[in-house]
Design a protein around this ligand. Sequence first.
Ligand code: F6P
Length: 365
Amino acid sequence: MVTKRSSVSKTIGILTAGGDCPGLNAAIRGVCRAAHDRYGMKIYGFSDGFRGMIEENVRVLNPADFSGILTRGGTILGASREKPFKSAIGDADEIIGDKVAAIKKTYSKLGLDCLVLLGGNGTNTTGYRFAREGLNIIGLPKTIDNDIVGTDRTFGFHSALSIGTEAIDRLHSTAQSHSRVMVIELMGHKAGWLALYAGVAGGGDVILIPEIPYDIQAIGRHIEERALSGKIFSIVVVAEGALSIKEAKMDKRDRKKYRAANGPSVAYRVAREIQDETGRETRASVLGYMQRGGIPSASDRVLATSLATAAVDLLAKGEYGRMVCLSGNEINSVDLSVPEGKVKTVPEDHYMIDTAAAVGTCMGV
Ligand code: F6P
């Protein structure tokens, strides 16, 4: 067993970018503990994602900074959706160039040997681009959406799944009391992992995910069949990016217009469509940011810590340009080009879709 190795005297930077999720602090602690205690590295923590690198908002992280944070939600470093390679306003090549240059400047000014990025698809894609610009990068996969290509699971997902499942559990009693249809919206713009897993865990009667455009008549029939068999209420779990067959056929502009005219989010659209289709009283709930808040589950703490310490082992060996990952039961790593520019959606033939169908859940078709 190795408890403390000889110092490799590296200097590293760490930041958390994109939306936050439970487990980020566990990962920060894992990186810092392993880097500091095991390898004697110096660690710089950047505030608010890439913005901290652009603005040189940085501090040295000492043991007191990363002590007692394992169970805390959010990120002690702060996060932002700053995307250095993308302009917020149209044609701004100069501004983009400035941001990339500022980040590279900060990197060399601080004498970093490696930058550790805790982020989702966008962050790991940015990491790959910086790796191509010559920076040493290691990525860690975080997000409640579980949609990063190259890892079997992201940290944050399991905690959000528990929160989503509890919300579905709680809806059952009020749905039953009022003989209502309850629509609950969970996060997931492009990928329906969270809605699918929480829907199965919570016994949703209908689950709608972006990967399977729904047919409102099929949903109506399912709800009516339940009613005929004496089940006077139904729970519909919908991913925020779910869409109807009708919407799937629209071009982007028409879809945007249609959505703007039909309620604040998909849960409201679906609730209205169900009420119109079945005549049954239907209500919408949006779980929103509660899914990203609060303490990480035990499973996310373990995953975040394992990925974090593996990331430090990699960088100690000088193996850069990689994202650590979970593959099966093993912690491993992939080249940063693997997640770059991609989203891991639910495959049509994923076993969970069949599992849902096998227990009588309607997948919207
Ligand atoms: O990044 C994951 C996510 O949770 C998505 O599911 C959601 O659409 C998005 O964040 C919203 O985050 P924000 O409002 O912070 O940009």
